[in-house]
Design a protein around this ligand. Structure first.
Ligand SMILES: *Cc1c(COP(=O)(O)O)cnc(C)c1O
Length: 431
């Protein structure tokens, strides 16, 4: 399978090149030259397939012979060494729990897959690379965990100072080895902006061999398609109604992956983009105008994105048509107050969610008001990652999983930097 940049569709590159580059030089984003379609036999058998089996079938189509099948199978099976259960919350409402990986957020799936692909390519072709990632919290820990100890790869994480949860911060600043964390005096958009600027800086790119581990990297998105198929297969056993996915969205990587799955043949009826106060895409759907604005801090901080990067991909895939976009995706936005009410309501139903899942639940319920559908909201993080919000809102104490306790005992190690590009450049050149 070849890939192209949304700004230059005629020039094709391999999967390996797309993963290594992360971001095309022309400031577009990479897409596969065609979205492969899975055969009927795959869908007929879907309810019987494990997440790992699905992952292998799907990955083959996107990667072709660039990773030999036996290696690819091992790679996919290692990435998906944890479950993504579909849990019933109430009639026609299910939670797709994506937080059972090592850092307790869905980003483990994409980050582990990307890390292993890069590691495979590095083994074959020795070339040092530096992975740069801006994080609003969960990307950093997932990327750090996925890349820890991978030879030939330096990881540099940028996060907004004081704007990530204490757990998230510990998870990315205590690993050492090839992982470096930098706290930026600014917000997430400033971090994302610095990363983008570094990519467009030819000298720096040459010197460090930069690649991105944000969802601008196509290797993050491909594995995120797997669990849409899996959830669809599981639900086929319990409903005859059309199936809708509500995706708590920030940079829209997860939603783009869902759209890939639909285009690959999964009969997903519709998508709901559920957001917090950072309502750029719901606004676009309502007005037809895409207007990025500075991000606002909320209690669902992993969605505090004011300029969602994967909009470029979705917009390209929808032929730049607001109508086509609207036909596939509905968008709703919620305040922190509404999110807390949603957390409490879910708790009464016997389900403890995190603030992002709670936003996803609200969007789903809103869509269901006018449509007879079975809905799944993506539960993108473990509630413990947002303990500071969940515990006082629900008046309960959450148990800390052992996998997190380990981080709490370690010392934070992070560099500090202003949001100024020259300062940042100077720091990463001397790491
Ligand atoms: C990153 C993240 C999101 C947003 O996902 P996108 O793919 O950027 O839209 C939602 N919830 C949690 C918990 C996250 O970490």
């Amino acid at each position: 399978m070849n890939y192209f940049s949304t700004n230059n569709p005629s020039q094709k590159i391999s999967f390996q090149e797309a993963v290594r580059k992360g971001l095309p030089e022309d400031n577009g984003l990479f897409l596969p030259e065609e979205i492969p379609v899975l055969p009927d036999a795959f869908f007929n058998n879907l309810p019987n397939l494990s997440l790992q089996e699905i992952g292998f079938e799907v990955a083959k189509l996107f990667i072709g012979n660039e990773i030999p099948e036996n290696e690819l199978k091992t790679l996919v099976y290692e990435v998906l060494s944890f479950e993504t259960p579909v849990v019933k919350v109430e009639e026609d409402v299910y939670s797709l729990e994506l937080y059972h990986g090592p850092t307790l957020a869905f980003k483990d799936v994409g980050a582990r897959f990307m890390a292993r692909c890069l590691s495979y390519f590095n083994r074959v072709k020795k070339e040092e690379v530096t992975v740069l990632a801006a994080t609003s919290g969960d990307t950093g820990s997932a990327v750090a965990n996925g890349f820890l100890g991978v030879e030939g790869v330096q990881v540099v994480l940028l996060y907004p100072k004081g704007k990530v949860s204490p757990f998230q911060e510990k998870q990315m600043t205590t690993l050492g080895k090839n992982i470096k964390a930098i706290e930026i005096e600014g917000n997430f958009d400033d971090c994302q902006h610095l990363v983008k600027k570094a990519f467009l800086d030819k000298d720096l790119n040459q010197e460090l061999g930069l690649t991105s581990a944000n969802s601008i990297n196509i290797a993050r998105l491909i594995p995120q398609t797997f669990y849409y198929f899996y959830a669809y297969g599981q639900l086929q056993k319990s409903t005859n109604k059309p199936i809708v996915f509500s995706v708590p969205s920030g940079n829209y990587g997860n939603l783009t992956a869902g759209y890939f799955a639909q285009q690959m043949g999964a009969p997903i009826h519709h998508f709901v983009a559920s957001t917090n106060a950072n309502d750029i895409v719901p606004n676009y759907l309502a007005t037809g105008v895409f207007t990025p604005k500075p991000s606002v801090q909320t209690i669902s901080n992993a969605m505090d994105v004011g300029n969602p990067s994967n909009f470029t991909r979705l917009n390209y895939l929808f032929g730049k048509s607001q109508n086509k976009f609207k036909a596939a995706v509905s968008g709703y936005t919620y305040t922190d107050k509404e999110t807390k009410v949603s957390l409490k309501h879910l708790q009464q139903l016997g389900y403890t969610a995190d603030p992002h899942g709670a936003v996803g639940y609200l969007g789903l319920k809103e869509y269901q008001k006018g449509h007879e559908v079975t809905g799944v909201f993506l539960e993108t993080a473990h509630p413990i990652k947002f303990k500071e919000v969940v515990e006082p809102t629900l008046g309960i104490k959450l148990e800390i999983p052992d996998s997190l306790k380990v981080f709490l005992e370690k010392e934070k190690e992070a560099l500090s930097c202003s949001a100024n590009y020259e300062d940042f450049k100077n720091i990463i050149q001397h790491l």
